[in-house]
Every structure is written in C-alpha cells, then in structure tokens.
Design a protein. Structure first.
Length: 116
C-alpha cells in the first residue's frame, strides 16, 4: 500500500497541550491502514519558538525522532537538546514536552505513540 502525501490528514494545533505557537501534525499512516497497536504515526512540524506543553503518557509510550531542526526536549523534568538523527522515548507513566529551540528554522520530528 502506498499513501500519497496529499492523502495524509493534517491537523493544525495552536498552543498544543498548553504549549506555545503553532504545531502541525501529519498522520503519515492512519487506522485502518495498519493493524498494529500504534495510536499515532506522524510527522510533527513546530514553527520557530513553538512547543508542545508538558504532559504524561498513561498506558502508552511515545517515540520522537528528529528529522530537522533543533529540539529542546523535556525528559520527565530534565531538559535535553536534540539534533537531527537523535531519538528519545517517553515511557508509560512518564512525562515530556518538546520545543523548537531555534528562531530561524522549523523543527520536524517523527512521532510514534504505541498503546500498551
């Protein structure tokens, strides 16, 4: 199965999870196109200065992979800078947040949320 870019659903979120600015989420595959236990498989685009506010994942875990840009990742209360090629995981019952750490370029990450 091939899914073309123009067939992918995109949502624009302002102040996502209490964060700042605009975040664009494009589901690169969506139920029922796959049978696995993922709740989300998407690219996330954050404008300069935009962020996803701190939140906890319950009964699921989320993986981020930085495609481009520079991310300030809050890993359960500890800030870490991430660069293209870096990945992280927010395990079950832990929290995280994400911010575009640059003022001159978009941050693009792949996000996968797996349900437990």
């Amino acid at each position: 199965m091939v899914i073309r870019k123009d067939e992918m659903a995109t949502a624009v979120n302002v102040n996502m999870r209490g964060g700042e600015g605009t975040v664009r989420v494009t589901k690169i595959v969506d139920k029922p196109q796959y049978d696995g236990n993922a709740r989300l498989i998407a690219t996330i685009h954050l404008e300069p200065g935009a962020s996803i506010g701190a939140h906890i994942h319950e009964n699921e875990e989320e993986i981020f992979y930085v495609i481009s840009g520079e991310a300030l990742y809050n890993d359960n209360g500890t800030d870490v800078v991430m660069y293209p090629g870096d990945s992280c995981i927010c395990n079950n019952n832990t929290g995280h947040a994400l911010k575009n750490n640059r003022s001159d370029s978009e941050l693009v990450v792949m996000a996968i949320i797996l349900t437990l």
